[in-house]
Design a protein around this ligand. Structure first.
Ligand code: PMP
Length: 305
């Protein structure tokens, strides 16, 4: 990914893509303390707009706070950096990756006295789990790896180090031919996908794990709460067991990268009719209308670049 034209915002300046480099003795590279965001910008009738920019920036600052990292920029600067990166790379729709990390001033576990850095990159990125997956649903397997316990790595931070667990789970199941992993919490209840929140539908009611199961407080998850309310559907946050997923009428993953992706199978058990369910489809359509600027109620969630 490093050998391409374009610009990356790095510590306050727009630098050439190929020059956006860090040293091998960078603290975060060794010990994994850093935080990032995944953000998307969509083409709308008014122009390219970043979806829920402020909420993503707020979560980045919250992640940094949890990790005791002081980001040396204001939220306004970070918002503006994201808009500038999309503009300067002339992207119509794209994925954005802000990342904050600890510098290379010194090593040793304690980051005290080290520098804190921030970059924002953006590039075109289509459907994370495939166009086909968005329409037909994906095949998911429960991972043998447990999701982080809430008092280990801090699950409300979108921390770099949390993703080793996601990588292990994703590799384990994709090696066996599945599309994505589902992780259970340390008590055995459903937590989330390797990079997505999960929802199930049963008898017309939508359920999702409450955050005590160690799932990230997803911004798409919150968007689905609003959509469900608009559609007159109830959403219940509660502990969910894996067999509740097996007998659900429908299930879907949400995430900035994954958007709203139906799940058609878990552990080789067909969910519902084994295809995208009708409520999932309604939510998906409403989601794409909102991010595409076709629902004026949510115009305030779109920041033109
Ligand atoms: N859980 C995990 C582990 C994730 O990586 C993501 C993607 N950021 C999500 C949930 C969904 O969060 P969001 O909707 O804010 O992208």
């Amino acid at each position: 990914m490093s050998d391409r034209d374009g610009k990356i915002w790095m510590d306050g300046q727009m630098v050439d893509w190929r020059d956006a480099k860090i040293h091998v003795l960078t603290h975060t590279l060794h010990y994994g303390c850093g935080a990032f965001e995944g953000v998307r910008a969509y083409k709308t009738p008014q122009g390219t707009a970043i979806f829920r920019l402020q909420e993503h920036t707020d979560r980045l600052f919250n992640s940094a706070k949890i990790l005791r990292m002081a980001i040396p920029f204001t939220k306004e600067q970070v918002n503006e950096a994201q808009r500038a990166v999309v503009r300067d790379n002339q992207l119509e729709s794209c994925y954005l990756r802000p990342l904050t990390w600890i510098g290379d001033k010194k090593l040793g576990v304690s980051p005290k006295g080290n520098t804190i850095h921030l970059m924002v990159a953006a590039w075109a990125w289509g459907a994370y789990l495939g166009e086909e997956g968005l329409k037909r649903g994906i095949r998911v397997k429960t991972s043998s790896y447990t999701r982080h316990h809430v008092n280990i790595t801090m699950t409300q931070a979108k921390a770099v180090s949390n993703y080793t667990n996601s990588i292990l789970a994703n590799m384990e199941v994709t090696d066996e031919g599945y599309d994505e992993a589902l992780l259970l919490d340390s008590s055995g209840f459903v937590s989330e996908g390797a990079g997505e929140n999960i929802f199930i539908v049963k008898n017309g009611v939508i359920y999702t794990p409450d955050l005590s199961a160690g799932a990230l407080n997803g911004i798409t998850r919150n968007t689905v709460f609003h959509i469900a309310k608009d559609l007159g559907l109830d959403i219940v946050q509660k502990r969910i067991t894996r067999d509740e997923v097996y007998i659900a009428d429908e299930a879907f993953f949400t995430g900035t990268a994954a958007e709203v992706t139906p799940i058609r199978e878990l552990d080789r058990i067909e969910l519902g009719a084994g295809s995208r369910g009708p409520i999932t489809e309604k939510i998906q359509n409403a989601f794409f209308d909102i991010v595409g600027g076709r629902n004026p109620t949510y115009a305030h969630w779109l920041t033109l670049v």
